[in-house]
Design a protein around this ligand. Structure first.
Ligand code: ATP
Ligand code: MG
Length: 366
């Protein structure tokens, strides 16, 4: 093991989805190699990586062998068990640090982190289990989202409550799991900022991205978005979170932009983020490359954007339109190699590009 990694070094990645696949390709571009660790035999990232281990996250022997083989460990999704990370930390550096993972794995811990930094988030109440949802709703009032504390993604761990008539079904849905009940935010739009921080503490930020969701799943991302003031405010939020966590790697901070210009943090993703896919084609150095550079202990690349971008996810059957997407001028198609489309599953994406005038290319380094 050696860190910073020399060219040819081996980056271990926990998680084998499309984000891991794109990390593997970014590592290969820099002459680094990846070793993907994932439990699913058909993991999309295996195809793009020279090495992989297919084993459960709880398999201590497999984890040890993986940790001993690689120079650094990172992850592409935040639901890796804390114990697995503790095992790996004895064998190789793990970036982003475990504290970031802990904060992102538990919605209550995430909100405590935001509160400790004085960062705004939606009003919420802790809900011990389904039977407690009614009392929490009475205290909070109005339309709300019941969100399980752990293991939510693509809107799967949450239940929308319009009013009292939804409470019985919400309580049933939650059962004995703990959750938070969060007030529905009347946002003007959703956006996200992708930041990267190196081991030396230097941070870069990509231009703000405007996001549209459908059924809780990201549908489109448009960049650049927002005013310079909004960019500055979003960057400031991400910078404070990264500094507090002693962060190394890429972070995605999902935000609600309110009428009048204020921002509220929705969620922190301690990894490369779907809303940053456009950086692959519209920036000289993508979020994936900057993540690999950061965890390898290498200097970060400038996040400057040279083209305007609109990224659209291909969800479920939408991927069947891949031939038309290939034909579209000025667009770049990605297919994740997931086989048969399944409803609600991200199967690929495409990014449409257009020239970006010089005056809209904001500096984003600090
Ligand atoms: P992912 O990890 O895929 O981003 P998730 O399942 O963890 O998603 P959230 O990011 O919490 O869930 O929510 C998904 C989407 O649901 C949000 O991007 C937003 O569109 C909507 N949403 C969630 N919470 C609220 C809220 N309090 N007010 C308004 N809309 C919300
Ligand atoms: Mg989210």
């Amino acid at each position: 093991m050696s860190w910073p990694l020399p060219p040819g070094g081996l980056v271990g990645v926990l998680g084998g989805g499309q984000l891991g696949r794109m990390l593997a390709m970014a590592a290969a571009k820099l002459g680094l190699r990846t070793h993907i660790y994932a439990p699913e035999a058909d993991s999309p990232a295996f195809d793009a990586s020279p090495r992989h281990t297919c084993a459960p996250y709880e398999d201590i022997a497999a984890l040890r062998a993986f940790g001993a083989a690689v120079d650094v460990v990172t992850y592409e999704f935040e639901n890796v068990p804390a114990l697995s990370v503790a095992v790996l930390e004895e064998l190789a550096p793990v970036y982003p640090p475990r504290r970031a993972l802990a904060a992102a794995q538990d919605r209550l811990a995430e909100r405590r982190l935001l509160q400790s930094l004085g960062l705004p988030h939606a009003p919420f109440r802790f809900v011990e289990k389904g039977a407690a949802a009614g009392a929490a709703h009475q205290a909070l009032g109005g339309p709300a989202f019941l969100k399980k504390l752990r293991e939510g993604y693509d809107g799967r761990g949450q239940f929308r409550i319009e009013g009292e008539h939804d409470l019985a079904a919400a309580a049933d849905w939650l059962g004995d799991a703990p959750a938070i009940l969060e007030a529905a935010v009347p946002f003007a739009f959703e956006c996200s900022v992708i930041g990267a921080r190196g081991a030396d503490g230097a941070a870069v930020f990509y231009p703000l991205t405007r996001n549209e969701h459908r059924d809780g799943i990201l549908r489109t991302s448009i960049a650049p978005a927002g005013t310079p003031a909004l960019q500055e405010a979003a960057q400031d939020i991400a910078a404070r979170i990264m500094a507090e966590l002693g962060y190394v790697g890429v972070i995605g901070v999902e935000l609600f932009a309110l009428e009048g210009g204020a921002l509220m943090v929705n969620e922190i993703a301690p990894r490369v983020h779907n809303s940053g896919h456009w950086t692959l084609e519209a920036c000289a150095v993508s979020q994936f490359e900057n993540h690999i550079r950061a965890v390898a202990g290498w200097p970060l690349g400038a996040p400057a954007q040279h083209s305007a971008a609109v990224m659209t996810n291909l969800i479920g059957d939408e991927v069947l339109s891949w031939r038309e997407r290939l034909a579209a001028a000025g667009a770049s198609l990605h297919l994740y190699g997931k086989g048969e489309p399944r409803a609600g599953r991200k199967m690929g994406h495409y990014t449409a590009l257009a020239p970006l005038p010089q005056e809209r290319r904001a500096p984003t380094t600090r």
